[in-house]
Structures are given as structure tokens and as C-alpha cells.
Design a protein around this ligand. Structure first.
Ligand SMILES: Cc1cc2nc3c(=O)[nH]c(=O)nc-3n(C[C@H](O)[C@H](O)[C@H](O)COP(=O)(O)OP(=O)(O)OC[C@H]3O[C@@H](n4cnc5c(N)ncnc54)[C@H](O)[C@@H]3O)c2cc1C
Ligand code: SF4
Length: 840
């Protein structure tokens, strides 16, 4: 765990007394940070000096997105709402990684675990919740810590630890305790790391807090169809295993063997600090309609640690509303503002299972109307509860097209159409424009990021008239994504017909206003050969754009081969130093091992290098190579020199590897020499640039031991000496079986078609678009027509362009002898606190 960080800058000039009041915030999560943002938006910087304490050693991040981080859809670096710089820029003193242990509400001081004692005039408590650990045997080690292999799912560190554990080679199975939203999101996330998952849920059906038994039964089928085993109506009584997890014991069923246990059985508000400090606490810290702690003048509380009118919330939408009211009061912007409670809606963030739920799960009064549509075979279930002509509850499963409208009807109590069925299906329900126009200004359009209709309208009136621009400016639609449709409708309505097609959506890179084909044509026509030349010639005002550099560099390398003039600042760190950066700032080095085949000499050399350089972790990769992890940047040239092997391209957007099976020489089943063909393909196309990484495989028979069906290009030997070529497969965050491109009778033809397909992809895919998106987007029939049948007469050109790239290949590790810039392999100071990576 990194040490605490304290940040502050830009205090008032000396000599001028600071008359501002002292605002202290305990808890730097979603509610604490949002409350401060709202206060700043009301001129709070003029009124307060602000000090924040957060016991997580980071700026604040979008906790909702942890589910996407676990599943690999988002990187943890991308979910930060405010980086450490934000605090500096706003003159906020942040004690990150520091826990407040006591409040003295009489002398008005807070006491932190690192010895800091800080006075306040106004205090905000935003300590959130922690995961609830249901009682069961074997959860803790004798020393009182949680048993290794048992995880909660609450923080960025929890998520990183789970990912790491799930990725160990010998970890195959997990049990998730809890079949609510969080448990199902955890289960699906773990699956994306190749882990088999069982969910144990004490309720009679999944997500019983959000839906009734009929919906629960359909949800179960959808979840099981994803390959997740579900055990409802059952409790875990013990975690098995002496010093690491080996399984769980259930109350009434056989034990389940597993390598990890994730507890997602609910949350409990963090109230210890409030209790210890003598504040009024029931289920959580009790606040009034101004978010002031009961009986306290100077202490406010906000977020999940709060109990308001008997309710404790576990979602972000209420805390946005609370933060706005709190800020109105603390700054005096609107002393009449009152928080009257929230109506909550939730959405399951599991790809392939759409669930949206709000309010009641079924009728409660005799006069309640209940409309239900159920189609179990398609996994569709819809239930709407209406009271006094207002919608008071809805559950949508398997089809959430109406979710945007229903959420608004629920939040705002909109009048409902007579024909109730139109609430569920598009049968001429309320016109979109009419629905949007009726929304009040403060209607929350994006619950995840707390964006109101007014904020979106203001952005549009301020001159932004594209949907993407409005989303960027407000963060609307950037959480769970369920409101994107409504965001679009609001922007279109606010722009009053003048909404522009977002031109940037078709740009290949954001800084050059051209689609890929036009950009390539302009580069050719003007003879541009470097990234800086492209900016000078084609960017508005010749302005360089950092976000565009990598995509441009890759495209130009592909187009120009050895005519390309390389500029290092156009590269991402991995491409600058030809190694993969790891979370602690060290690099991993993967030497080439064509087709996964190695030799005694190679193994001996790798072992010697690992010993000489004290490599902390040596790992066999999924692509059949050896990864040397934990190499400091400045040691890279020496490690490469000692290895004296070519780069295996385990980094960067390029052709990486060809996995092969044992093939016909050794395997009893093999019909084709998969190893030979794999090595030949890898030798031919090593290192070529692409819009995204390319992973290939060759299998010697349809048993498919090299997993060819889930590769960007996968080749399978079949009876009769033939080879089948599949394209567009994936088995990472997305799983897709490749489409059959062709069946050929000669390995040489495999190589030609592989190269031609890859060149077609290189020339036509969007930047960062993997083949699993590209192939379905363009269509396998079209790709086959171009690549196999040469229907457009492009084949010779594609082959020639690929050959030019192949001919210009240079092993990047040869730069070890002649660094391109003096600082290429010099260590640089980290900008954030880096985690300590364990040595194995
Ligand atoms: C995986 C996951 C998925 C979720 N998905 C959704 C979703 O889809 N939709 C939705 O609406 N909500 C979702 N949530 C819930 C949402 O994240 C929470 O409602 C929200 O984060 C609560 O904000 P908070 O600030 O009250 O608490 P937190 O965000 O937990 O912040 C509290 C902070 O205070 C710190 N702290 C606690 N005690 C102290 C102390 N004594 N001193 C210093 N610091 C302290 C904690 O370390 C923490 O950083 C999800 C939560 C998780 C974990
Ligand atoms: S894919 Fe076929 S040939 Fe290759 S190892 Fe498996 S069984 Fe043997």
C-alpha cells in the first residue's frame, strides 16, 4: 500500500489575512467529491479553505465503473473523475490515504490516523459504505485478516486484486456470494478472465430486491445461458481451505470447490466514526432535509453513510441530489433548498443481460394496475405498476428500449397514455419531443453522473450542438450508458432541429477532420511522410493533437512502410520503449518464440538473463511465450542485449503472435502441420502495424487445441489436406467465434489470404477497432468477396502493400545500441503513487 499523499498549492498571497471559513470533508468518494464540486460551482472557493481526507490513496473515481474494470471493458486509469491535479488546481488540500479517526465536535477538530489534527468551521461526513460480510466459518485467518482468496467488491484496490487473482494460471473457479446487482456484475466480470463462476444467493430468486419471482426466473435463465451456475435459496456456511480458499460449504447442498470467493452480499454504512464522535446514528448517520446531522449546527453528512427520513440509499442518483442541496445551504446560495428523498432506478451492467428496474416490483394495493408481458423463450419480461395514473414501478428484462421514457415517467410522475401497452412497446406512445419538452429543468437525465436536463440544455445553448460534444462537456451518458438515448433526445430538442451530425464521429483520429479513406488519400496526394507533416498540412490551424498521434503513426507506418519518418513523440510509451508498461511503472519483456516453439539454447539464455537481472516474475503467456516481468525502463537495453533475441511484440497495436498446437508430427489426431505453418506465418508478418493488436492461431485438426476459432485470424486443418481460415474471433473482454473466410487446400494459400485479409483490415478498420468488431461491421460476405474472390480487383494491391510492410520490418530491440532520443531509456518520475507489485 502506498503511503499517504498530501496535496495543496496556491494559497493566498502572504500578508493578506485569510478570512475564509474552514471546510473539512471526511471521505473522498463519489459523494464527498461531488459535494465539493457543487460547493465550488456556487463560489465556495471564495468562502472556504477546503481540506479533504480520503482513506483511499487516490483522487476520486467512478465506483460504478469498477464492474467494467473487472470485466476488462475499462482500464482503471480511465475511471477517475478527478485526478490528484484537480485538487491542486482548485486549492484543495487533499490527504489521500489518510483516515480520520475521531471528530471533536465541541472544539471542532478532526483527528487523523497520521497524526494530523485539523480545525473546521463546517464539516462534511461522506464516509460511504463497506461490504457486508455475512457470518460464516473460515472467513478469517487466525491473525484476524480475511483469508487469501476471499474478496469484497467495493474499491479500485479490491478490483485490481480480484483481476490479479483471477489471472493466475492455476485459478479456475470462483464462488460469488450474493445474486444481486453487484454479485452478478462480479460474476460476469470474473468470467471474462476465463474463470468458471457459481453464484450462491440466499434469496428465492436473483435480484429479489429489484424484481419479483417471475422476472427472477427469466433472469436466472439468461444468467445461466452465459455459463454462470446459480444456486438460489441457499446460504454459504463456511469458506473451506486451511491457508487459502479451496471451496465453500453450503447449508443444504454439496460443497463447491473454488479458488476464490467474492462476497457481494450487501453493504453497511460506515458509521463507526460518527458513533465514536457522539453523533446521532441509527442505521446510518441521521440527517435532516438540509443534510445537516441531527442536533449539529456545523456538521453535514452526504451519500451512503446517511439516513434521511428513514431511508439509506446505495446508489449514486440520490447522492447527487443530496450534494446539490447541501451545497446550497453551506454556501448560502439557496437556504430554502430541501432534500425530500429520492426515487431510485437501477440497471444491471452485464453485457448480454439487460435489466432495468425502478420502484415497486409488483402491485401492493388492490387498486394498483399491474401490466405484465412475459416471453421466457427470448428472455424478455416487462412489468409496470401504476397507481393513480402514475407509474410507481417497472422491471424490464431482455428489452430495455423503453427504459429512457419509463425512467422519466417514474422520476417525474408524468401523465401516462391511456393505451398502457404503449408504455412497453412502440405503438405510438408519447412522441419523443413531447416527452422531452415536458421534462422539468432539474429532471436528472443521467443518473450515474448526476446530469440534469438543464445542464445539457445549457451546454447546447452555449454553442455545443453535437450529441458527443454535449456528452463530453457534461459526462452525461458516460456511466452505465442506459440514458444515452435520452441524452440524444434532449440535445436534439434543445438544439431545436439544428443538432449537427457529430462530424468527429467519422474522423479516423480526433485532431484531423477526415475519415480514413480521405485521410489516406490526402497523405498520398501531398506526399506527407511524418505525423508532424500531417498535422501541419491537414489539421485545423496546423495544431498538433496528442490524442491523434498514435493512430496517425500507425496508419502512416502501414501505408508508407520504410518511407515513413518516425517521430518518437508520436508514440505511446509501450511503442517508445518496445515493452509493455506494468502497473508499478516497470516493463515486461517478451522475446520472440515463433509458433510457441523454443529451444534449449533459448531457454538457457532466458534463464540466465532472468537470474542476472533479478527478474521478479517469469510467466508463460497465453500466446505461448515467456514473459519477463518487472524490468525497470533503464535496464531494458541491457536485458535485450543479454537475451539477444528479437522482440516478441507483446505490446503495441500490431501483429503479435501465432499460437499453434502440437500438430501432425506428434499428435495422434493431427491432420495438418500446424506448428510449421504457424511459424511461417509469424516469420512473415512479424511486427506489422495494425489499428489494433492481432493474435493468430493454427490448429492441426478440428479439436482446435490452439483455440483458432477465437482469434483475429485462426486456421484449422481439416480432413483431406484442407485448411479453414476464420476471421474476427475473440476470447477476451468480448467473446466471438470467428467467421469462416475460406477453405483452401494449400498452406501457401493460407498465408496469402491471411496477409490479404490483414491488409484489408489495416486499410479499412477504425483506429483501435479489433477484428471482432470490424468483421461483423463490414460483413463476412463482403470481406470474402474482396479478399478471396477479388470481386473489386483489389487483391494484387493488397498483397503488394502487405509485402512492402513485410520487407521494411526491423527488429525494434536493435535500438538498444542506439537510442533514438537521449531519454528513451531513462527512468522518469511517476506522476501518481504507484502500487507495489509483489515479487514471486
Ligand atoms: C462495483 C460497484 C458497482 C456499482 N454500480 C452502481 C450503479 O450501477 N449505479 C449506482 O447508482 N450505484 C452503483 N454503485 C454504488 C455507488 O458506487 C455508491 O452509491 C457511491 O459510490 C456512494 O458514494 P459515497 O461517497 O457515499 O461512498 P464511497 O464512494 O464509498 O466513498 C466513501 C469514501 O470515504 C472513505 N472513507 C470512509 N471512512 C473514512 C474515514 N474515516 N476517513 C477518511 N476516508 C474515509 C472511503 O474509503 C471511500 O473512499 C456501485 C458500487 C460498486 C462498488
Ligand atoms: S488440434 Fe488436433 S492436432 Fe492439434 S493438438 Fe489438438 S488434437 Fe492434436
Amino acid at each position: 500500500m502506498p503511503g499517504p499523499v498530501s496535496l495543496t498549492k496556491g494559497r493566498r498571497p502572504p500578508g493578506k489575512p485569510d478570512t475564509r471559513r474552514r471546510l473539512v470533508v471526511i471521505g473522498n468518494g463519489m459523494a464527498g467529491a461531488r459535494a465539493v464540486e457543487e460547493i465550488l460551482a456556487r463560489g465556495g472557493a471564495e468562502q472556504f479553505t477546503i481540506t479533504m481526507f480520503g482513506d483511499e490513496p487516490y483522487g476520486n473515481y467512478n465506483r460504478i465503473m469498477l464492474s467494467h474494470v473487472l470485466s476488462g471493458e475499462e482500464s482503471d486509469a480511465d475511471i477517475f473523475l478527478n485526478s490528484l491535479h484537480w485538487y491542486q488546481d482548485n486549492n484543495i488540500t487533499l490527504h489521500a490515504g489518510v483516515r480520520v479517526e475521531r471528530i471533536d465536535r465541541f472544539t471542532k477538530y478532526v483527528f487523523a490516523n497520521n497524526g494530523h489534527v485539523v480545525p473546521y468551521d463546517v464539516l462534511i461526513i461522506a464516509t460511504g459504505s463497506q461490504s457486508f460480510m455475512p457470518p460464516m466459518d473460515g472467513l478469517y485467518t487466525p491473525s484476524g485478516s480475511i483469508k487469501p482468496g476471499v474478496f469484497t467488491f467495493r474499491t479500485i484496490d479490491d478490483t485490481r486484486n480480484m483481476v490479479e487473482h483471477a489471472q493466475y494460471e492455476d485459478h479456475y473457479r470462483a464462488v460469488v456470494i450474493g445474486g444481486g446487482l453487484l454479485g452478478l456484475e462480479a460474476a460476469r466480470g470474473l468470467q471474462s478472465h476465463g474463470i468458471e463462476v457459481d453464484v450462491v444467493h440466499s434469496g428465492a430468486h436473483l435480484m429479489n430486491a429489484q424484481m419479483g419471482p417471475d422476472g427472477g426466473a427469466i433472469l436466472r435463465r439468461s444468467v445461466e445461458a452465459l455459463g454462470i451456475r446459480v444456486h438460489t435459496g441457499s446460504r454459504t456456511t463456511a469458506v473451506l481451505g486451511a491457508d487459502r480458499v479451496t471451496g465453500v460449504r453450503l447449508r443444504d447442498r454439496p460443497d463447491i470447490a473454488c479458488d476464490m470467493v467474492v462476497v457481494a452480499a450487501g453493504i453497511r454504512p460506515n458509521v463507526d466514526l460518527a458513533v465514536l464522535s457522539g453523533l446521532h446514528v441509527e442505521r446510518a448517520t441521521v440527517v435532516d432535509d438540509q443534510l445537516r446531522v441531527v442536533d449539529e449546527d456545523s456538521i453535514y453528512a452526504v451519500g451512503e453513510c446517511v439516513q434521511h427520513r428513514g431511508e439509506v440509499y446505495g446508489l449514486v442518483a440520490p447522492l447527487w441530489e443530496q450534494a446539490a442541496v447541501l451545497a446550497d445551504h453551506v454556501t448560502g446560495a439557496d437556504t430554502t433548498a430541501a432534500y425530500l428523498g429520492s426515487r431510485t432506478a437501477t440497471k444491471l451492467k452485464v453485457a448480454g443481460v439487460e435489466v432495468a428496474s425502478m420502484g415497486l416490483t409488483g402491485p401492493e394495493r388492490e387498486t394498483d394496475e399491474h401490466i405484465v408481458f412475459s416471453e421466457p423463450s427470448r428472455g424478455v419480461f416487462k412489468s409496470i405498476v401504476i397507481r393513480d395514473n402514475k407509474m410507481v414501478g417497472a422491471t424490464l428484462l431482455g428489452d430495455s428500449r423503453k427504459v429512457a421514457y419509463l425512467t422519466q415517467a417514474f422520476d417525474k410522475g408524468l401523465p401516462l397514455p391511456e393505451e398502457r401497452i404503449s408504455l412497453m412497446f412502440d405503438l405510438g406512445g408519447p412522441a419523443e419531443e413531447q416527452g422531452v419538452a415536458e421534462l422539468s429543468d432539474d429532471a436528472q437525465v443521467c443518473n450515474c453522473n448526476g446530469v440534469s436536463k438543464k445542464s445539457l440544455v445549457d451546454v447546447v445553448r452555449g454553442g455545443c450542438n453535437t450529441v458527443a460534444g454535449a456528452m463530453d462537456a457534461t459526462r452525461a451518458g458516460k456511466g452505465c450508458g442506459s440514458c444515452k438515448l435520452l441524452v440524444k433526445q434532449v440535445v436534439e430538442w434543445a438544439a431545436d432541429g439544428s443538432v449537427e451530425e457529430d462530424p468527429a464521429a467519422s474522423y479516423y483520429v480526433p485532431g484531423i477532420p477526415l475519415d480514413k479513406a480521405s485521410l489516406m488519400a490526402a497523405i498520398r496526394k501531398q506526399g506527407l511522410r511524418s505525423v508532424s507533416a500531417v498535422f501541419a498540412a491537414l489539421a485545423p490551424g496546423s495544431a498538433e493533437d496528442a490524442k491523434s498521434k498514435m493512430g496517425l503513426a500507425s496508419l502512416m507506418k502501414m501505408m508508407l512502410a520504410d518511407q515513413y519518418i518516425d517521430e518518437r513523440d508520436a508514440r505511446f510509451i509501450n511503442d517508445r520503449v518496445h515493452a509493455n508498461i506494468q502497473r508499478d511503472g516497470t516493463f515486461s519483456v517478451v522475446p520472440q518464440m515463433k509458433g510457441g516453439v523454443t529451444s534449449v539454447q533459448q531457454l538457457r539464455r532466458i534463464a540466465d538473463v532472468a537470474e542476472k537481472h533479478n527478474i521478479p516474475l517469469i510467466k508463460l503467456t497465453g500466446g505461448q511465450r515467456i514473459d519477463l516481468l518487472g524490468v525497470p525502463k533503464e535496464d531494458l537495453p541491457q536485458v535485450w542485449a543479454d537475451l539477444d533475441m528479437p522482440s516478441g511484440y507483446a505490446y503495441g497495436k500490431s501483429f503479435r503472435t501465432v499460437k499453434t498446437c502440437v500438430g501432425k508430427d506428434f499428435c495422434r489426431y493431427g491432420t495438418g502441420d500446424s506448428t510449421k505453418l504457424g511459424i511461417e506465418i509469424e516469420s512473415q508478418f512479424q511486427g506489422i502495424e495494425a489499428p489494433a493488436k492481432l493474435k493468430l492461431a493454427v490448429s492441426g485438426c478440428p479439436r482446435n487445441c490452439a483455440e483458432s476459432l477465437v482469434k483475429d485470424v485462426g486456421v484449422v486443418a481439416v480432413e483431406g489436406g484442407r485448411w479453414e481460415i476464420y476471421v474476427g474471433g475473440a476470447a477476451g473482454a468480448h467473446i466471438r467465434k470467428g467467421d469462416l473466410l475460406a477453405s483452401v487446400d494449400d498452406p501457401e494459400k493460407v498465408k496469402v489470404l491471411t496477409g490479404r485479409f490483414m491488409q484489408y483490415y489495416r486499410e479499412n478498420a477504425n483506429w483501435l477497432e479489433r477484428t471482432y468488431s470490424f468483421v461483423p461491421r463490414v460483413g463476412i460476405d463482403h470481406i470474402r468477396a474482396v479478399v478471396v474472390d477479388d470481386a473489386q480487383g483489389l487483391a494484387a494491391g493488397l498483397d503488394a502493400a502487405m509485402q512492402a510492410s513485410v520487407d521494411s520490418y526491423v527488429d525494434p530491440w536493435t535500438e538498444r545500441d542506439d537510442p533514438l532520443t537521449p531519454g528513451q531509456f531513462r527512468t522518469s518520475l511517476p506522476l501518481t503513487v504507484l502500487p507495489q507489485v509483489p515479487v514471486r
